[in-house]
Design a protein around this ligand. Structure first.
Ligand SMILES: C[S@@+](CC[C@H](N)C(=O)[O-])C[C@H]1O[C@@H](n2cnc3c(N)ncnc32)[C@H](O)[C@@H]1O
Length: 285
């Protein structure tokens, strides 16, 4: 059962063009595995009310519905600033599971206005690194959680996500992508348009949570072996393209990144390249 709510102006709207969503990447088994693991670490129960913050195209929302469905009071609230992603999520979740799924457009910065009744758990998967004002968002999360509720997040954009044995691949990938961009499109990224987004370490996240009234219950690093297809598909995601090739039109950025990944895999004789995901479950202290 699904229904829609618009959060109006709540939070900054993120524009993700139709052909540049995360949907293809989110279908990879390794991606489902890191999200499933976080859900498993959280101990959800049927009948709970949970928020999927930064729900994107609904890959995690689906896992949450699976866990809490089967009791009539269950509810999953997918909160997402991008109208395009939210629409894909709504389509993907149509007629899935027994829980009520509510779709709310808006950002984490306005969470307590978007979700008024306290919830049992909040998930923020593969998105916390995109938030600038992390302290404000943690306060929003805290005030939206029931007293003994849990906050779970994962990210593969933290300092430590790229294991030392993968550094050569990442360097080669970017070098090759920049070369394709230059030779095929006569373009270079506009570094003046790069968003200053500082990557935190696992310890930084721990301190941030503790300073904002959370207690870490579980923390893990999961290493996944990403095949070429994973790098090709992340290269179709607008937020990734804009992050690594600022100011470059999406089509040119996508094609250069895909071709760069293919060249790097071929030249280094790779079948996969490892990447670390940080998984954290916290509760209100
Ligand atoms: C990489 S996607 C992850 C989607 C989904 N959680 C998953 O794990 O598949 C990141 C999502 O975070 C959303 N996002 C970006 N900034 C946000 C913010 N300030 N508040 C909430 N969501 C945000 C993006 O629009 C995007 O859908």
């Amino acid at each position: 059962m699904t229904n829609n709510t618009s959060g109006g102006n709540a939070g900054k709207e993120i524009v993700v063009p139709d052909r540049f969503t995360l949907e293809k990447f989110a279908g990879h088994p390794f991606y489902q595995e890191v999200n499933r693991r976080l859900v498993a670490l959280t101990n959800l129960h049927p009948g709970q009310r949970v928020v999927d913050l930064g729900a994107g195209t609904g890959a995690v929302t689906r896992l949450l519905v699976e866990k809490v469905s089967s009791r009539p009071e269950a509810e999953v609230i997918a909160v997402e600033p991008s109208a395009t992603a939210l629409e894909v999520a709504r389509r993907n979740l149509e007629n899935f599971g027994d829980a009520v799924v509510r779709f709310v457009q808006g950002g984490a910065e306005k969470l307590s206005q978007l979700v008024k009744k306290p919830v049992d758990a909040i998930f923020f998967c593969n998105a916390i690194h995109l938030v600038h004002e992390k302290q404000d968002v943690l306060q929003q999360i805290k005030s939206t959680l029931r007293e003994d509720g849990t906050f779970s997040f994962n990210t593969s954009f933290y300092l430590g996500a790229e294991p030392p044995e993968a550094e050569q691949f990442y360097r080669r990938w970017m070098m090759r992508a920049l070369r394709v961009l230059k030779t095929e499109y006569g373009m270079s990224p506009d570094r003046t348009r790069a968003e200053a987004r500082m990557r935190l370490t696992a310890d930084d996240y721990r301190c941030l949570l503790e300073d904002n009234g959370f207690r870490i219950c579980k923390q893990e690093v999961m290493t996944v072996e990403m095949p070429l297809g994973g790098f090709e598909d992340i290269s179709e995601y607008s937020l990734w393209i804009e992050g690594v090739l600022p100011g470059v039109p999406l089509e040119a950025g996508r094609d250069s990144l895909i071709e760069g990944a293919r060249q790097a895999f071929r030249e280094l004789g790779l079948k996969t390249s490892p990447r670390n995901w940080l998984l954290v479950v916290a509760s209100r202290a």
